[in-house]
Design a protein around this ligand. Structure first.
Ligand code: AMP
Length: 426
């Protein structure tokens, strides 16, 4: 299944394309069609399943489809228990409105009031808020919900645990009954169910147990490298293999992109760098040359290459692994586009195993370690991977737990349950 199958507005599809997401995740497959039909849903999906896009995309589609009502209050309101989660939702909105020009704002606690008051005087399309601060503004008569079309309660169970539920009920009561309501919660039982029954209208239940972002059109490999020299030999080997049509090589810094591009040009590759320090028109020329196949190897940094859509790219090579696991998804999404297949190769040095573990955790997949004859690593690959990688993985887990409270990556099937009736396995 592809995002195109949802019949989303082309401006949203273009923004999705830029992210490098290959196909909808389970929670997206289940929720998006229901929300596009205007149904209320109560959904359970852990963080990391793509749940934010599952409610943000249909809400944006609705805003694009409908004429705004009279007034200037928000048309979509997302309530989150914490500032951090509000930021994550706001980031998603920012990503997906790249071509759709919407006005959105965050109204969260712990921030000064005056800028928020200023924002609330303007007409708004989307608002992301934590309940306590929002109630303050409501009590001061600063918000009008009369044209609200969609209300999202994200991590409703945490809002309940944090004592926000009365605020949530109060806010919901101030919004039009005709609104669409979406509730996401780790559990859909007990008190949450009672709240849902009050706030939602004839909801469908959607549940997913785990995540697996599929990148079926991309073959992903890793090569273990001992040091820089070994890494360069491996890069040369990959670039010289007969199945490379065009490649993007990712480096960690602009300086290393320039240096590597120069070296590869000297080795005979039609190569250029692409990074943020280059003048805008030079960057455009480079991309055009890549499109015309005048350049076959582009050495790029993350920001510069985000959203690149060049059909001929057969290989993405992570010369340096990305510091953020999510950038791995953005990077490999530059290949295997438009029905073609692609290959993503990551070169993993001695210090990179924990980065790799984080990527594998996000993908919920173990990447395949490949060995090239004549370029074998000095240390046995399996031992290295088994020991350091596990160590790295543990470290990555702990780091994530500190940031996100609890996080479990489990694989499992997705189940959509029509309220009161039997389960359908997706
Ligand atoms: P969330 O569960 O919303 O916190 O999303 C977790 C991560 O998955 C975020 O980094 C998203 O950018 C990413 N993501 C969301 N949807 C997809 C998708 N369909 N394919 C790949 N990555 C995705």
């Amino acid at each position: 299944m592809l995002f195109q199958d949802f019949n989303l507005n082309s401006r949203l599809l273009k923004a999705i394309d830029d992210t490098g997401y290959q196909s909808p995740s389970d929670i997206q497959k289940l929720s998006i069609p229901l929300l596009l039909q205007g149904k209320d849903i109560m959904a359970s999906a852990p963080t990391g399943t793509g749940k934010t896009a599952a409610f943000v995309l249909p809400a944006l589609q609705r805003l694009l489809d409908n004429e705004p009502g009279e007034g200037r209050g928000p048309r979509v309101l997302v309530l989150t228990p914490t500032r951090e989660l509000a930021k994550q939702v706001a980031d998603n909105i920012f990503t997906f409105t790249k071509y759709a020009h919407m006005r959105s704002c965050s109204i969260v606690g712990g921030m000064p009031y005056p800028p928020q008051i200023k924002l609330l005087r303007q007409a708004l399309d989307l608002m992301v808020a934590t309940p306590g601060r929002l109630i303050d503004h409501i009590n001061s008569g600063r918000i009008d919900f009369s044209r609200l079309e969609v209300l999202v309660l994200d991590e409703a169970d945490r809002m309940l645990d944090m004592g926000f539920i009365d605020d949530v009920k109060k806010i919901a009561a101030l919004t039009p009954e005709s609104r669409q309501t979406v509730l996401f919660s780790a559990t859909l039982e007990g008190e949450i169910l009672r709240v849902a029954q009050k706030i939602l209208t004839d909801p469908e239940r959607v549940q997913v147990a785990g995540v697996k972002f599929r990148h079926e059109s991309i073959s992903q490999k890793i090569h273990q490298v001992d040091d820089y020299k070994h890494k360069r030999s491996m890069l040369a080997h990959v670039l010289n293999s007969h199945d490379v049509n065009q490649a993007i090589v990712f480096t960690a810094t602009k300086k290393s992109a320039d240096e590597l591009a120069k070296e590869l040009s000297e080795e005979g590759h039609k190569c250029s760098a692409l990074h943020g320090d280059m003048k805008q028109n030079w960057r455009r020329r480079t991309i055009e040359n890549m499109q015309k196949n005048k350049i076959t190897v582009l050495v790029a940094t993350d920001v510069a290459a985000r959203g690149l859509d060049i059909r001929g790219i057969s290989h993405v090579i992570n010369f340096d692994l990305p510091m953020q696991a999510e950038d791995y998804i953005h990077r490999i999404g530059r290949t295997g586009r438009g029905g073609s297949t692609g290959t993503a190769v990551s070169l993993v040095g001695p210090k990179d195993w924990s980065l790799l573990s984080r990527i594998e955790k996000l993908l919920d997949t173990k990447l395949k370690l490949s060995v090239v004859e004549g370029l074998e690593p000095k240390k046995p690959a399996i031992k290295q991977y088994g020991s350091n990688a596990q160590g790295g993985k543990r470290k990555a887990n702990i780091r994530f737990k500190k940031r996100a409270g609890s996080f479990k990556h489990r694989t499992g099937s997705a189940v959509r349950v029509k309220s009161k009736s039997s389960a359908e396995v997706a």
